[in-house]
Design a protein around this ligand. Sequence first.
Ligand code: UD1
Ligand code: CA
Length: 468
Amino acid sequence: MYHSQATKHGVIRLGLSIVILAAGQGTRMRSELPKVLQLLAGKPLLAHVLACSRALAADDVCVVYGHGGEAVPAAFAGQDIRWALQAEQLGTGHAVQQAMPDMPAASQILILAGDVPLLRATTLQQLIDQTAVDEMAILTVDMEDPTGYGRIIRDDDSVRSIVEQKDASEEQAEIVEINTGVMLCPGASLKAWLLNLENNNSQGEYYLTDIIAMAVADGVRVHGIKANSSVEVMGINDKKQLAEAERAMQARLVDELMAEGVGFADPARVDIRGTLKCGKDVFIDVNAIFEGEVELGDGTKIESNNLIRDSKLGAGTLVHSNCHIEGATTGSDCELGPFARLRPGAALADNVKIGNFVEIKKSTIADGSKVNHLAYIGDAEIGKGVNVGAGTITCNYDGANKHKTSIGDNASIGANVNLVAPVTVGEGATIGAGSTISKSAPAGELTVERAKQTTIPGWKRPIKKDAK
Ligand code: UD1
Ligand code: CA
């Protein structure tokens, strides 16, 4: 039965089930990875189709998988998805059949392909809105080169049938309107039609497209609804198409961010491989790559050539060129780089400065502290207002275990100091340059560990002997 219900989001339809076909082999990818797990904008192709499905608020989403075996369901473990195994790939009609046994009674069933990742939920919503529950609809598009696709055979404004490339007559092959693979069907009828499919065609497959002629024979109207762009419905079969889709998806993500007010030096020279959330007045220069979940606070500025992965940067933070930032967080108004590396667990408070050729790993650094040049800080807890001199390192690893370094507020660590962990430097302590500190350094005092400087009178440099 078809129902509709008013919610705060408007009217939603109940009784919509979605089947996503993802069992095909994807031979042309020439890859060990199943096709639907190939990455687009940092997420598997199938993840994009699932996101689009979720936006439609369907009652049931079933993915038909097969090639690649359990790797496909495993990649989406814990998500609310029904999985149907198609052990042998006997065609698109056979694939849809595999989803039927456990399917809840649905007034409408929407069929999507797992390798069409650029499809927008708004396009599908229009398809749904234009189709009565006892009607069928096919999303079509005009293709400059329709080779390889199923051709749409029309009767005025209704579709009469679909003819696959390999079964098409010369005349039919001239048709440029093609089947995108997206179909909306009345649930009960679809189940019946699938049972009547035969495989007596040139490929010996059970074609889903054969149900169109059955629908027409049953007096069901079949709408052919044209998509606005062929890019949106493009199917990904090989690495070249994957790269084309990547550019299209990047352009879309950047357009969305610009609409929210994010500034880009060049929208074509940025890559978002995951989710990028930005506050107000963020500016991003060229060749920035964002991976995983990244959040940039208000007024953040990202200079050129930065890789930022799974990190959260506070308001007003400035990232100079050529930094590598992963699993890090900063408070507000921090300054990083150029050439800084923040590794997982780097947690900076406000107004912290991390300068060039500095590596920070699993360390907290409190407000206003500075590590400006050529340093390594690992497994450390650094207080407020600390200055760490150039070339200073925490010796955190004894070859077997990691140990902690604690530095109190307002301490000043001279240049080229080795802090041999576990070790503590007290509040307001000063450490003389070149010291190797392996015992606690008391608060408020100067601690120096250094051999006494001596001069050897009359010492001469060795002289090179003549070659014989
Ligand atoms: C299919 C359509 C064609 C349409 C084209 C759009 C049929 C018979 N033909 O052709 O009209 O123009 O898509 O791209 O439907 N799949 C399975 N199990 C199978 C076979 C396929 O899950 O046994 C899945 C694939 O993983 C893919 C989708 O179904 O996601 C389409 O299959 P594909 O083999 O690419 O169909 P085409 O021959 O391209
Ligand atoms: Ca295909």
